[in-house]
Ligand binder design. Structure first.
Ligand code: TNX
Length: 499
């Protein structure tokens, strides 16, 4: 059968080649679950300009069958007589609708959906995207737009990197200095910003309406220059010999930092006041966050000795755990013997691990935790897609082509893990070079689709169409949909775009 433009690839697509497609017209009606019908109506309007009618017995029937199917799974059947989507739960139905929307295409005779029978369920429970709102601040509308883009590709977690050397981006009532003194600038000196607690709640609610859970990160003990601007008593002086330098401005203790170097800042590890601070900010964050995870960073603490780093990670992870949430940390924290049990590790070394990152990642699983895989040379969306692309960085083994973003297998990254040790896959977008939604689209697309497939679809060995050639063709078929959704994706020459 012709390749259907479905990304991420569903678990099973049964060909019903002989059957006629189903036409979508101004007379098309929808019935069933009202939330889902609203989601579908909005997408149909955007995609086709048509306004579906609501009836009791629609051409398109949407139901949550609650029949004990796998979480987030759905069945979609398109025949000449109508369309039916059964979700095992509301999320499954939502994903079925997005699969349906990917199938709709225009012909000379009008809009049609090819006949198909699809059974689909995710490989991993955690499918994440991360947006760094610290290097450049991104307002609530931009975050909403990114949630829509990600949810349509069946991502279900939004990790927000809320603090870094360049700024603190979330109002903390018990520590008002953080946003008062340390949020007004960003990389390059441009305007910063922060989320009020109501802004943050609005993001959480919008994400939930798209079946996404927010995973907030306050990064420490490194990446904390902004904390030191607000609370000089909590921070060490910049450690300049630790800096991974880009020849930008030199960090100074009493000035906001607007460069993109990393590794020079650290909280004071030996002071009790530091842990009062950690308890205050994560205590408030836990109250604001309905989801189960709080990320405390732990990456690139290059100005902190290994002993101090281990001491900090032990105390901070325990403080987070006591809020009732599950701590998450970048893989470096796996080096700390006192890491709180159950802490989730986020691996950000390469597809082939370097510098013992795999050993630190395995340490999380020994403590009963699991791993989120973010191999930088495959899923860091802020890497340039090719060397002369205007935005992005290249430290992760040079530019990351769409093909390289696609060709990796999650179970093959860290040796010695069972499939159950992998919580999922996350694609981070760091924003040193990313200031606007247009910039986000330019770097995220189309590689975000490759990450979605790694997170949702069967393993590369378990499905005939889990290949680069198939992915290219399927992604190319999504061009018209992405364009009507207003996504300004670059027309990567690696993809045969349908026009
Ligand atoms: C590494 S990955 C970082 C970030 C940078 C990113 C740029 C990680 C945990 N830390 O601080 O923004 O590289 O690609």
């Amino acid at each position: 059968m012709p390749t259907l433009p479905l990304v991420p690839l569903p678990r099973r697509v049964a060909p019903t080649e002989a059957a006629s497609p189903f036409p979508i017209t101004s007379a098309t009606t929808v019935s069933g679950d009202t939330d889902a019908a609203g989601t579908l109506a909005a997408l149909l309007r955007t995609r086709t300009g048509l306004e579906p009618g609501a009836t009791d017995d629609g051409d398109i029937v949407l139901s949550v069958d609650g029949g004990g199917g796998e979480p987030e799974s759905y069945r979609l059947r398109v025949g000449a007589d109508g369309i039916r989507i059964d979700g095992a739960d509301a999320a499954g139905l939502f994903y079925g609708i997005h699969t349906l929307v990917q199938l709709i295409h225009g012909t000379d005779a009008g809009w049609i959906v090819p006949a198909a029978e699809i059974e689909d369920a995710p490989r991993f429970a955690y499918r994440g995207v991360m947006l760094d709102v610290a290097r450049h601040f991104h307002d609530v509308d931009t975050v909403r737009a990114y949630i829509d883009r990600a949810a349509a590709l069946k991502f279900n977690h939004l990790h927000l990197h809320l603090s870094d050397d360049q700024g603190w981006r979330l109002e903390i009532r018990s520590r008002p200095e953080l946003t008062r003194a340390a949020s007004a600038t960003s990389v390059g000196g441009g305007p910063g910003g922060y989320y009020t607690q109501d802004d943050y709640r609005a993001i959480v609610a919008y994400a939930a309406s798209r079946h996404m859970t927010v995973v907030p990160e306050l990064d420490m003990p490194g990446h904390t220059h902004a904390v030191g601007i607000a609370h000089p008593e909590l921070a060490e002086n910049p450690v300049l010999d630790a800096v991974v330098s880009s020849a930008g401005p030199t960090p100074r203790a009493d000035e906001p930092y607007t460069g993109i170097d990393v590794g020079f800042s650290s909280l004071r590890i030996g002071e009790d006041a530091t842990y009062d601070f950690v308890a205050d900010v994560f205590g408030e964050l836990a109250e604001l966050t309905p989801g189960p995870y709080l990320h405390f960073g732990g990456d690139e603490a290059l100005g902190t000795s290994p002993e101090d780093f281990a001491a900090f990670v032990a105390r901070a992870s325990e403080i987070v755990r006591r809020t009732g949430k599950t701590p998450v940390a970048w893989h470096e924290a796996g080096a700390a013997p006192g890491l709180a049990p159950g802490t989730i590790g986020q691996y950000w070394s390469f597809v082939t691990p370097v510098d013992g990152a795999d050993e630190r990642a395995r340490a999380f699983t020994r403590g009963g935790g699991r791993l989120i895989l973010s191999p930088a040379d495959a899923v860091y969306l802020d890497m340039k897609p090719h060397e002369d692309f205007p935005l992005g960085l290249t430290w992760a083994r040079g530019a990351t082509s769409v093909e390289r973003a696609y060709r990796w297998e999650p179970s093959a990254v860290v040796d010695g893990l069972a499939e159950e040790d992998i919580l999922g896959v996350e694609a981070p977008l760091w924003t040193e070079t990313v200031a606007t939604l247009e910039d986000i689209d330019a770097l995220a697309f189309p590689r975000i689709a490759a990450a979605a497939e790694a997170a949702w679809s069967p393993a590369t060995s378990d499905a005939a169409d889990r290949t680069w050639e198939s992915f290219r063709a399927r992604t190319g078929g999504l061009g018209p949909l992405w364009a009507t959704l207003g996504i300004r994706f670059p027309a990567s020459p690696e993809i045969p775009w349908t026009t």
